[in-house]
Design a protein around this ligand. Structure first.
Ligand SMILES: [Ca+2]
Length: 198
């Protein structure tokens, strides 16, 4: 994978990277039943990863990482981003709402981003716990466009205790004269991309 990340003083970010889709998965990450997800082959423990607590109870990965029920999380590895990619199934307007928050109760330090075809529409950070930060917007998309939700190691320059939750909703805005909203399930269109900054 080729990766780079060029932050500007305004904390905007540019990814230049190939896409690495990871399909290695588990239903019991770290031996924790119900903690499912996808792993990279970069590290022995699978980071970067994307995990989800598929149970109705919190799952603690000692000492501090506490996955809440239903929570979807991203975890980078050093300079390599963890990314969830959504691909637009049709052309039109889509309303996107996304909230990032820390999972480690000791607090994290991450940089978080929402990008359309590699161009940021939202750059923020999560500092502390849970310290949510949110994006909300409506974008005109063409079928096949990518929306990436990316988490990097943040301003403290390390990936310790940086597991970050993402709660996101993407809804197609109907054309005038049509009825109802078509909700797009993020999960079934989930894919991962790992990026690295230099
Ligand atoms: Ca960090």
């Amino acid at each position: 994978m080729k990766n780079s990340h060029v932050p500007s003083p305004a904390h905007r970010i540019t990814f230049i990277s190939t896409f690495t889709l990871d399909t290695s998965n588990s239903t019991a990450a770290y031996g924790l039943t119900g903690l499912g997800g996808w792993f990279s082959g970069l590290t022995t423990d699978g980071n970067p990863d994307v995990l989800r607590n598929n149970t109705a109870s919190p799952i603690l990965l000692p000492p501090f990482t506490n996955f809440q029920p239903g929570q979807l999380t991203l975890n980078m590895f050093q300079t390599t981003y963890s990314v969830i990619r959504w691909t637009a199934p049709s052309t039109g307007q889509f309303s996107i709402v996304a909230t990032f928050s820390a999972v480690s109760t000791i607090g994290g330090s991450t940089d978080v981003h929402v990008q359309r075809n590699g161009v940021s529409v939202f750059d923020s950070s999560v500092l502390g716990f849970p310290s949510p930060t949110s994006y909300s917007g409506t974008l005109n998309l063409v079928s096949g466009d990518h929306i990436d939700f990316a988490v990097g190691f943040g301003s403290n320059g390390n990936d310790h205790e940086d597991t970050t939750a993402l709660a996101a909703t993407i809804v197609a805005v109907p054309e005038p004269g049509t009825l109802g909203l078509v909700s797009v399930a993020l999960g079934c269109l989930l894919s991962l991309r790992f990026l690295k900054r230099n």
